[in-house]
Design a binder for this molecule. Structure first.
Ligand SMILES: Nc1nc2c(ncn2[C@@H]2O[C@H](COP(=O)(O)OP(=O)(O)O)[C@@H](O)[C@H]2O)c(=O)[nH]1
Ligand SMILES: [Mg+2]
Length: 433
């Protein structure tokens, strides 16, 4: 969903890495590029204007300037501002001892019914009750019923009138011990008065804990107009943006909170009942900036090694603290995954780093031979491998000193890459707090 904007930001970050010092010209160039990237990704133009202004102010804060080296400076400030833009604290549905009521509102086709089922699936431990509330379209209620059966949660069918349906559903829910009630309200093709009045009435009579707008992420800027309209009439608690798995450029989800003042709770990333992601601003900002997801990388590597080794390698991997034994093991794991380029793809920011290249079969065998020719001590502390040890290892493995050198270099880069990635992410997170 952020591919487009991420590509631009990665290019910008690489360029900034090349700067020794940041002059006003470089800062202005960077600002221009950021503005363009956001506009092209369909971020609301007013939001872009405000974002650039706030970003400029941030860049002018001497404290930040003094505390960072120039090349980190723009990146950290950009990350911080993106997190601010996206809403900083993740929104959570809070439960109390009373049944929690969530009313989903939105236009027809936005994904309300699907999202109702996704939420029920997510909070299954609350014994959710799905309430059909569209009095005009019997098919709407049928669809919800099918989903409720599929995920084995409670279902309450629509009655002659929407408010009555909700009231009866609440009575039923407290008798049947449902801790969560999700109301799937009626939709329309366009916003109209009749619909709004019905929703206002439900809100007034039922007083749901959450009134959440479900809005289609594919419609771009229109999502913002829709959200503003619903918010004006209903006073929304939050937004769930759906269909962000498709070709949506991501601009709408980046700008909707700033443009409407309403926070995003979740995003829909597929048609399945599990395709609901929490909207965590820090994670989203990392993704937008192409910093990759170190947890995803770790998961990929883990899939390729035996379960008992997983914990051990995971720790070393994240600490950037593995020796050549681990390196060998990881090469084997990575080889099972395809090649190291695949791994690097998950870290868009690291793409193009020197010293980390693909490893083919032949090369792999030689690498293995080299490591096997080392003593235990050497594998544990590759730093001790000096010139004469390199010659011995080359001789023992039937390779050349150049090859031994290359391997040690690759090991060092991989090690550095992992620890850089971790530190970079940590550093940024720390600055935020
Ligand atoms: N790809 C994708 N499709 C979705 C998502 N959410 C809903 N849909 C699809 O959008 C269509 C309309 O969804 P529905 O829940 O019936 O919308 P409603 O009219 O608002 O209740 C259905 O075909 C859903 O499968 C999503 O996050 N990703
Ligand atoms: Mg529906």
């Amino acid at each position: 969903m952020f591919d487009f904007i991420t590509d631009k930001f990665i290019k910008l970050q690489r360029k900034i890495l090349g700067y020794g010092k940041l002059s006003d010209k470089e800062i202005n160039d960077a600002l221009r590029e950021i503005r363009m990237a956001l506009l092209e990704a369909d971020v609301n133009y007013k939001v872009v204007g405000e974002f650039i202004k706030e970003f400029q102010d941030k860049l002018a804060t001497q404290k930040l300037k003094d505390s960072l080296d120039p090349k980190d400076f723009i990146n950290v400030a950009l990350f911080q501002e993106l997190v601010n833009l996206l809403g900083k604290t993740p929104q959570k549905i809070k439960f109390t001892s009373q049944p929690t009521i969530i009313a989903l509102v939105g236009l027809q086709g936005s994904g309300k019914t699907t999202t109702a089922a996704k939420i029920a699936q997510k909070f299954k431990n609350k014994n959710p009750l799905l309430v059909a509330c569209d009095t005009k379209r019997p098919a709407a209620s049928e669809q919800l019923k099918i989903l409720a059966t599929k995920i084995s949660v409670g279902f309450f069918d629509v009655l002659s009138n929407a408010v009555l349906t909700c009231q009866e559903a609440l009575n039923y829910a407290s008798r049947a011990g449902h801790q969560l009630i999700i109301i799937d309200t009626a939709g329309r093709i366009h916003i109209d008065n009749e619909l709004m009045e019905e929703l206002v009435q439900i809100k007034h009579e039922i007083n749901p804990h959450y009134v959440i707008l479900v809005v289609d992420g594919m419609i771009g800027q229109d999502a913002i107009n829709q959200a503003s309209e619903f918010h004006k009439r209903l006073g929304l608690s939050g937004i769930i943006m759906t269909k962000l798995d498709g070709d949506a450029k991501g601009g709408a989800v980046i700008s909707i909170r700033k443009a409407t003042g309403v926070p995003v709770y979740y995003i829909g990333v597929g048609e399945g009942v599990d395709d609901l992601e929490e909207f965590i601003p820090e994670r989203m900002a990392m993704r937008i900036l192409g910093r990759g997801d170190i947890l995803t990388i770790q998961e990929k590597v883990m899939q390729a090694v035996s379960p008992q080794k997983q914990q051990e390698i995971a720790e070393k991997f994240l600490k950037g603290k593995f020796d050549l034994n681990d390196f060998l093991e990881q090469l084997q794991a990575i080889r099972k995954m395809g090649n190291i380029n695949k791994l690097i793809e998950l870290v868009p920011f690291a793409k193009g780093l020197k010293g980390v290249s693909s490893i083919d079969e032949e090369e792999f065998k030689r690498t293995e031979a080299i490591i096997l020719s080392m003593t235990k001590e050497e594998r544990k502390n590759p730093e001790i491998i000096d010139g004469s040890r390199r010659r011995r290892i080359a001789y023992g493995s039937g390779t050349t000193v150049e090859e031994v050198n290359r391997l040690l270099k690759e090991y060092q880069s991989l090690k550095r890459l992992m620890s850089d990635l971790k530190q970079n992410n940590l550093k940024i997170l720390k600055r935020l707090r």
